[in-house]
Design a protein around this ligand. Structure first.
Ligand SMILES: NC(=O)c1ccc[n+]([C@@H]2O[C@H](COP(=O)([O-])OP(=O)(O)OC[C@H]3O[C@@H](n4cnc5c(N)ncnc54)[C@H](O)[C@@H]3O)[C@@H](O)[C@H]2O)c1
Length: 258
């Protein structure tokens, strides 16, 4: 699908990978509905994309009505929805038993699963309903959905039980959803990033991130840049033969236990 003249809904667009994806799609000629629960991040995005091709909305992806409002904003302002990019996510961590023998707080588990997994599926189902109403292009395509999983789905580190489970589930749903949506001309692909330089890792001490890079990232020996993730999002939208798969984008990283 040509990015130019498409309408894209991007979640987590106030920061990091979502922000870079929104910018890349806009630069390639898409109109963008940028949603995030962080209003300040969205306001900053408004300084970089022209107002006639951007709508911003404060949305919590776990809330059905709020996500529907994001989809409706695409239809109301730009007349259709062709692309959805799921980047909203959290990485709250805890050990299954901490050093005092206390168990993983169930509230943390529920939060991570609710945002990373249920929130992703909430966007998929509501975006797909709008995409299914599009006139198909010459390839029969009506829409493209991109999810963000993580290398932690396969190689979760200590403390990442909830995060890894949520991302493995995103990978798991990719094939059945692709099968469900094929008859509607909608593709879905997940990206499993390694370590990227975003707000999510900004809190990490330099010593820790340097140690991860030196010990676990093969080549190039650095964090990924959000633009490199956005580049792949653009390729997935443009290349109609990407479907029903998860693509690692991680410089060959292999994570160890800590
Ligand atoms: N940065 C990495 O190294 C890395 C690696 C693998 C996977 N990921 C995944 O990439 C995605 C994007 O993360 P990032 O690195 O850009 O982090 P980030 O913290 O910079 O951005 C995440 C954005 O999601 C938003 N968000 C969180 N919960 C939300 C909710 N309930 N509703 C709406 N918005 C919500 C936040 O406000 C934030 O703007 C996440 O799913 C993350 O798990 C990141």
């Amino acid at each position: 699908m040509k990015i130019e003249s498409t309408v894209a809904l991007v979640t987590g667009a106030g920061s990091g990978l979502g922000r870079a994806s929104a910018l890349r799609l806009a630069q390639a000629g898409a109109s963008v509905v940028a949603v995030d629960r962080d209003a300040a991040g969205l306001a900053a995005l408004g300084e970089t994309i022209s107002a006639d091709r951007l709508a911003t909305l404060t949305v919590d992806v776990t809330d059905a009505a709020q996500v529907q409002a994001g989809v409706d904003a695409a239809l109301a302002k730009f007349g259709a929805l062709h692309v959805a990019v799921n980047c909203a996510g959290v990485a709250d961590a805890a050990k299954t038993l901490n050093s005092k023998g206390e168990p993983f707080p169930l509230a943390t588990w529920d939060k991570v699963i609710a945002i990373n997994l249920t929130g992703t599926f909430n966007v998929i189902r509501l975006a797909a309903a709008a995409m299914a109403r599009n006139t198909p292009n010459a390839d029969g395509e009506r829409g493209v959905i991109v999810n963000t999983a993580s290398g932690a789905a396969w190689q979760g580190q200590m403390g990442q039980a909830a995060y890894s489970a949520s991302k493995a589930a995103v990978i798991g749903l990719t094939l059945p959803v692709a099968r469900d949506l094929a008859e509607h001309g909608i593709r879905i692909v997940s990206i499993a990033p390694g370590l990227f330089d975003t707000g999510m890792v900004a809190g990490m001490p330099e010593k820790v991130s340097r140690s991860i890079i030196d010990r676990m990232v093969l080549f190039p020996s650095r964090m990924g840049q959000p633009e490199e993730f956005a580049h792949l999002v653009g390729s997935i939208v443009e290349n109609p033969y990407f479907n029903a798969t998860t693509i690692s984008l991680d410089a060959g990283a292999r994570m160890t236990a800590r």
